[in-house]
Design a protein around this ligand. Sequence first.
Ligand SMILES: *[C@@H]1O[C@H](CO)[C@@H](O)[C@H](O)[C@H]1NC(C)=O
Ligand SMILES: *[C@@H]1O[C@H](CO)[C@@H](O)[C@H](O)[C@H]1NC(C)=O
Ligand SMILES: *[C@@H]1O[C@H](CO)[C@@H](O)[C@H](O)[C@H]1NC(C)=O
Length: 661
Amino acid sequence: MRLTRVCGILLFVCTCSIVLTSSKNIITAFPPVQWMITALDVIRGVQKVWKIVEMTINEDGPMSPFIDQTERKIFRKMDLIYRKLDIITDSTDAVGTQTITTILRTLPDRIKLELRVNDLLDYMTRIGVFYRNMRYYANTDDLERHTLEDFAHNVISHDGGSVRSLLERVHAFVASNDKGLTNTGILHLLSHAAQEIEGDMRCNTKQSPQQVLFNLYKSIALTELKGYMMMQFSYMLLKLYNKGNFTKEASIMKERYAERTTAAIQSVKEAMADASREFWRCDPQKHVLNESYIEITNLLQGYVQNEVDLNPEGTCRENCAYYSYTKSHSCYQNLYCQQQRRCNGRIIDCQFIDSDAWVCPADVKSGRRYEYIEYENGRTLGRKQGCPKGPVKVDSWWRWLFWHCSYCFCLCDEESVYSDRYINMRSAIADVVNNRVVTGLRFVKNNRIIHLQIQEGKLLPGGEIDVTTIHWVPVENYRITDKNTFNGQDYHTLTSTEREIDLDDLIADDGHVLTGVRFKKVGQHLNFEIYITPFNFSSGQLIDPLHMSVWKDNLISSRKVLNMEKMDVPIRSPLPSVPDSKSQQVLQFTHTDMDRDASQTTVPFIDAQPVELMIPVPLAGAGIYHKGRPHFGGFIAPKIITYDYSKHLQAGFPEDAEKVH
Ligand SMILES: *[C@@H]1O[C@H](CO)[C@@H](O)[C@H](O)[C@H]1NC(C)=O
Ligand SMILES: *[C@@H]1O[C@H](CO)[C@@H](O)[C@H](O)[C@H]1NC(C)=O
Ligand SMILES: *[C@@H]1O[C@H](CO)[C@@H](O)[C@H](O)[C@H]1NC(C)=O
């Protein structure tokens, strides 16, 4: 009968793999499994209470002496059900309300209006109020029958404010009145809106858009479940008080609920299949070195030196531009050369700007050589914002009237203690033997080497992660000076000729989860790789991880270069960064712009914020991308791609569900 259908639908939602094994469809649990099981219990509980009511009633209606007794019984039973519901309410509300309010905060008005999220929240709140009242009545003795009757009438009346009407309205948000372009279901619209507005929504919710959708769906589904309970409860009471039969009404209501639930599942499934599963971090409120970001330092740095020191003979016969690749050969007469940190590496790309300048030396700890350089012709390299140590006058000179010994502005490429330019190439792999998978990523600097660190957690049945096992796996603790560590094998050293990093999004094959990451060298590029392992969704077990895991990469030869010319220091940008690279691009670490920053800083910076989810899930992939703003060097950062749950949602429901009667 109808009951069977209702239960069937819920059973489907509620992890038929666990409860129902006789189903023809292969239906698998949907995380969080516990949520669904509890939802099913609630429905079952309501059906049991109906039996109590029916037992009290014979041909002539309710048997009066038993009404009070039955009423109390109903209340006690309902109270047990509320307690069950509380468990899922707590978790759903925490995430769901946060999700909805974040959506509200971050969506542009236009889309907000289109989605009518405010209305949805309003309806949900009003149903919540009814629900609280019902709970209160159930726990309160000595209430007048009139009060309860009035409440029941209000719940099921055709009045606009009744639970019945509110439920219809809530459902209208989920229901799509049409397929495709004219689909107006909120989940569908939201999945499209999320694509339009790159950014805020997903970074502030700490969920991928697909997760946002499912959590929104859960909130709505919970509201509908509460509404269902209240309406059934109201019919029971009215029947008990001999206000009518209501068998028909209750059964129609169940049928409506069944239809709605089916429609909602179909709707959320479609929306989720479309929704992005990427999650990346927006800029923090405040950029903090070594916390929210880390730097490659002094890879190529603006450097002032006189021509006389740039050739072994100490002559001034050429011009600055002649020195495209040289080194510092001397410090002639201990002039300015002696007052600054000398470049003990390659000196490249020199140019002449003007003869005389004021150089403002920077604090050594800052890693910069100069705050700014102001030439006599008025050109200033860098930002002239005061000079605590006082500027130093640097003047070129003539030698025998023929030769101008000019101060050149060059780039220094010096591998030294001042330059952190190492990127780890050892693999970071989760403890697959103990069924751990990667749940998050972040860049960290350890012993001057930049590592991509993994967060791992234990995989559970139904695509869940045991949150108690979540932790960051310590990075390999080695130094470049250690014995038996080699450039090109354990780590990569960035140099003026080898400083490219490939930007790729990598997705695991079907049925695989992310279990590791690493960088390798392909030609002169650093190339990103993911380690993937097959797993069984329903059992939550990695399948023979030691033999079945594989590395996956993207080896294309022609990559579009992401422009990094003439950039300013990333953290000076007044606007937050947005992703501006595409998969299959390549980027070159370089120096900042000469005019904006005297080429003192290496860009891009590296975002060090943990890319982790509020509700950890297994990952289906990861990527390395660039985010920034025009004219600012931006950040390289990892992104994660959540596992695609939409595959595990089945819109049908089993015919042979457990019989209630
Ligand atoms: C209530 O109505 C149903 C059918 O709608 C009927 O089977 C049942 O006997 C009725 N119960 C009472 C107490 O009248
Ligand atoms: C950041 O870390 C580096 C070493 O990795 C250290 O030299 C520097 O002083 C740190 N800076 C700050 C502001 O903590
Ligand atoms: C996955 O695990 C379930 C339960 O342990 C098992 O019944 C099923 O056969 C497994 N599926 C595969 C493809 O191994």
